[in-house]
Design a protein around this ligand. Structure first.
Ligand code: ADP
Ligand code: ZN
Length: 437
């Protein structure tokens, strides 16, 4: 560890392996006990598997314990999984949940401190310090992004600009006038900002902005390349989910090769999503996390649905906490087109490779007689737009070929005029699923 990387707040990132293991074992034992004693749901699920907190002696024993899934949170809506009385709960958040009730998560004062600690360490990992001006353009509210990033930036001692999402022209004015050096938002919203700045005659590369902390949705390496070039910044990937705490579960470091998981707080496992058996390091599977310090709402072996792999090689940044590879998709994101498994991220890669810039796109799924069909809608830029049918046809063909090259089947592509796909200030809606309409 070099003197420049040492920071007392980030110290757990550099713990010797054995020390980290000791800490994880002790915290795991505590949290299993807390869950079992305070939450009837966990008592029942542990009992049904024939395990008690005493069954846990070393870290490998965690595999004996039952998983928790999103439905368990829905079924116990709103407060059924809380391990603390409301008098101890100081904050509630809720995740959007596209269907039915949202899921609700709770924090004690201590939980908020732990979350802030994870976010401060995340920002340090992205090269931020108290000398930065950080604009938070994640939405503030029930969504964990805004307040989570806000607490981290404040804890770091940076100058925080709580812009929240939306009002893009004003966001750009603030970036410019305040000399903002770091921005936290969804990657898709940042792409929109680049686009709007262009319309305002502002070249993002000329601004002091140097760091982007982007997460809450998947984004491809091609997209990173695009935003880094177009805005003259270094773009870091940050991962989190409400069920576990919010943003700050894992984050990239200066090496930008996978995200370090704050393992002293969130214990990761990777399992095969079908067999639920652990997979070897390096093999992709579903990320399962146990919260080691969450008092108000412990999550035991929570199945995130996010697909990734554990990277065990030593990172050259010096951190000893393990990394997970970039999360390119969720296990429930996948759709099957003519027998081929397709992920939205593959379409994004194809569009970026052909368009050389991130054109706005949407994937529209329909179903005829139990067969899934996919149509990719891609928006033309004003420069590409033409009245000539033959020109549009040629562009359509090029994109269709680029997609075919990646997914191995011909895709129906439709080019749309500029500004016809709605922009999001939060998570982008890339897939319009009409299969059950
Ligand atoms: P909601 O269910 O409302 O979307 P969250 O904001 O908690 O609630 O969303 C968490 C999910 O967002 C994760 O499970 C993951 O699928 C996705 N996500 C968050 N950060 C990233 C990231 N950096 N890369 C890919 N996906 C991410
Ligand atoms: Zn690293």
């Amino acid at each position: 560890m070099s003197a420049t990387t040492f920071n007392p707040v980030s110290a757990p990132d550099y713990l010797p392996k054995e020390k980290l293991r000791e800490l994880q074992t002790e915290r795991m034992a505590n949290i299993l006990r807390r869950a079992y004693e305070k939450v009837p749901f966990y008592k029942e699920s542990f009992d049904s598997m024939g395990v008690t907190p005493e069954s846990f002696k070393n870290l490998e024993d965690i595999a004996k314990f039952p998983f928790t899934i999103k439905t368990n949170l829905r079924d116990t809506y709103p407060f059924g999984l809380f391990a603390s009385p409301l008098s101890e709960v100081v904050r509630l958040h809720a995740s959007s949940g596209t269907t039915g009730k949202p899921i609700v998560v709770a924090y004690t004062k201590e939980d908020l401190d732990v979350w802030q600690n994870a976010m401060v360490r995340s920002l340090i990992s992205c090269g931020c310090s108290k000398h930065d001006l950080i604009q938070i353009a994640y939405g503030y509210g029930l969504f964990t992004g805004g307040l989570g990033a806000h607490a981290g930036a404040e804890g770091l001692g940076a100058t925080v600009i709580p812009a929240s999402g939306g009002n893009t022209e004003r966001q750009i004015m603030l970036l410019k006038d305040f000399g903002v050096t770091g921005i936290a938002c969804t990657p898709s919203y940042f792409v929109h900002m680049i686009e709007e700045a262009g319309k305002m005659g502002i070249d993002m590369r000329q601004l002091p902005l140097r760091v982007g902390i982007f997460g809450a949705e998947p984004w491809t390496p091609e997209m990173r390349h695009y935003v880094e070039e177009a805005a003259g910044i270094k773009a870091f990937d940050i991962y989190g989910l409400s069920e576990i705490t919010g943003p700050g579960v894992a984050v990239e470091c200066e090496c930008q090769q996978g995200m370090h998981v704050f393992e002293d707080l969130f214990y990761p496992e990777i399992v095969d999503p079908d067999t639920l058996q652990p997979v070897p390091d390096g093999v992709e599977g579903e990320l399962v996390i146990t919260t080691l310090m969450k008092m108000a709402m412990p999550m035991i072996r929570y199945r995130t649905r996010d697909l990734t792999s554990i990277m065990t090689e030593k990172c050259s940044c010096g951190r000893t906490i393990r990394r997970i590879s970039k999360i390119s998709h969720r296990s429930d994101d996948m759709f099957i087109i003519r027998g081929v498994n397709v992920f939205p991220s593959q379409i994004e890669t194809a569009i970026l490779s052909e368009g050389k810039q991130l054109l706005q796109y949407q994937i529209v799924l329909t179903r005829t007689k139990s067969l899934d069909n996919m149509e990719v809608h891609i928006e033309l830029t004003p420069e590409m737009f033409s009245d000539k049918v033959s020109e549009i046809e040629a562009i359509t063909k090029r994109f269709s070929k680029a997609i075919e090259k990646i997914i191995n089947i011909r895709a129906a592509v439709k080019m749309l005029p500029p500004n016809s796909i709605p922009r999001s200030t939060g998570k982008a809606k890339r897939v319009i699923d009409k299969r059950n309409d």
